[in-house]
Design a protein around this ligand. Sequence first.
Ligand code: GLN
Length: 458
Amino acid sequence: QAHLDRIAAVDGDIHAFLHVSDHALETANRIDERRAAGEQLGELAGVPVAIKDVLATEDMPSTSGSKILEGWRPPYDATVVARLRGADLVPLGKTNMDEFAMGSSTEHSAYGPTHNPWDLSRTPGGSGGGSSAAVSAFEAPFALGSDTGGSIRQPAAVTGSVGVKPTYGGVSRYGAIALASSLDQVGPVSRTVLDAALLHDVIGGHDPLDSTSLTDAWPSMAAAARRGATGEGLKGLKVAVVKELSGESGGFQAGVKQRFDETVAALTAAGAEVIEVAAPSFEYAVAAYYLILPAEASSNLARMDSVRFGLRVQPERGPVTVERVMSATRDAGFGAEVKRRIILGTYALSAGYYDAYYGSAQKVRTLIQQDFAKAFAQADVLISPAAPTTAFELGTLVGDPLAMYLNDVTTIPANLAGIPGMAIPMGLAPEDGLPVGLQLLAPAHEDARLYEVGAAIE
Ligand code: GLN
């Protein structure tokens, strides 16, 4: 009830939610009754969770921020949602996002932008700005996001929240409306590292319904966070600053760089050994990502065909053929950024250009993986600012796609390599008083290490 009251009080200004559940309270009350009857419930039983609208929920609309899916109710729950229900968490509602998770500000949502609770004139990040805003505005203690190129970590960074992109395959993608299948991962958003770990433990682990799901026996992330909270683990920890992401190059805000340098100094003072590593291929990461992502997205979005899901628009005049209905529907249902990426993607995949664009981008992806392998041979974790700037003003980047894409420079390499990444708060930038995020990266399968180190630094 407290969270529903909070939503009623502030969400008119923030617009974190696209849909608020009409039966969350009833679900919570039923859990209370079972607890009162003496049933042993899980650690998070009764805790409300906000769910990014990219995830299928059978009891709430799931639009992925697009008009083309307006009002669509999936016939099933995403695996992560089913696991929340199984652990007796309470789905609170669906959060706003850039259309089909394409964007870094929520301004590409078909339903209007979300506002950053720290300063309503600014973005809460994107694409998962609804989830990060809901958590930082105390509308929800927990949220789920999806991270294809940073959409959990960058929104967490600019709202002073914690966000984790798990190892690729560590959390099921079944029922997550696909953006780029080789990059997408679902993960937790919260206010503390331990909260994120508890949520990760609920949603993570093998899912036979996702063919890319790993069969690892994962350690408890919450246990790792609790171990880390003593701070003892920082002694002797090998930390590497990624030179290309350290803020030396252009585009990093002074206050972000300052907080990052202070964090490095604090780590050294706590007994960590901090070195610098070079990752020369990262220079090409944004370019490679913006070929691979549109290519995969153009293929995934082909299912929005006016027949199977959501919207159907009849052509205004002329014959009514399948192709013309499909075309009229996509014209009306997709926003400008989605159309831009579909066109880029189909071009990059077209015969004659495939090797030059998609093929080259895949080679860069391999080089980035090799850079990470070399870096992790020298260090336990890598660190960088989680985003190059604090929350920018709504309206400033939305008309400049390239500038918006460059905002992802810090987060994209982890997706291209499939490794886990975490954003945690590291104070406020002196020049604007807005949150700055630290990014931690660990080798694939080592998500628990992120929680241990993250909790130690927090
Ligand atoms: N900003 C990135 C993009 O626009 C992030 C997307 C994501 O992680 N879903 O593609």
